[in-house]
Design a protein around this ligand. Structure first.
Ligand SMILES: [Zn+2]
Length: 180
């Protein structure tokens, strides 16, 4: 299964219907990540899909809102719950551009979301198998089906570009201060 189309676009013949849906919704999550980018936030985005409709969107606003709770997944879970009027998000799929952290993975298990589709792994903080596997711990009462690597290149590049820009900005600021 190949999930990383070249920038020339998706050749639909090479994908199953489910794979095309995954690509479509991951692109929507990338759209959310770009909103974070525009605010100078680490670009992470999330959408929650129910019966082929997006019912929750979120992007990282940690610095903007001054709270570690403002992760993309938490915001999307809050919104989705309001739409379907239930804290249980059974029958929903969560798409996220980066492997969820311990807080978000915990919220995903609490919300009983059956399936998570993610792009890039996060070796330093990911809790879908990288640092630990909260989404698939047999001791919890809920386990999540996890699909990895959907549009991974695109999401990784967005993060890489962000940090390159951030370092350049920090360097320029330092130099400016040095000149005063
Ligand atoms: Zn998180």
């Amino acid at each position: 299964m190949k999930m990383q189309p070249k920038s020339a676009g998706v050749n639909k013949e090479n994908y199953t219907e489910d794979e095309l849906k995954d690509i479509k919704y991951m692109k929507a999550a990338i759209g959310q990540a770009k909103k974070a980018y525009a605010l100078g936030e680490v670009p992470i985005g999330c959408v929650i899909v129910y019966e082929d409709k997006i019912i929750g969107r979120g992007y990282n606003r940690r610095n903007t809102d001054k709270t570690p709770l403002a992760h993309a997944e938490i915001t999307a879970i809050r919104k989705a719950g309001k739409v379907i009027k239930d804290w249980r998000l059974e029958g929903c799929k969560l798409y996220v551009t980066l492997e969820p952290c311990q807080m978000c993975a915990g919220a995903i298990v609490q919300a009983r979301i059956p399936e998570v589709i993610m792009a890039a792994e996060n070796p330093k903080a990911g809790c879908a198998g990288s640092v630990m596997d909260i989404l698939n711990n047999p001791d919890f009462n809920h386990q999540v089906v996890v699909k990895k690597g959907v549009l991974e290149d695109e999401c990784s590049k967005l993060l890489k570009d962000f940090f390159i820009e951030l370092r350049a900005r920090n360097k320029a600021e330092k130099e400016q201060k040095g000149n005063l």
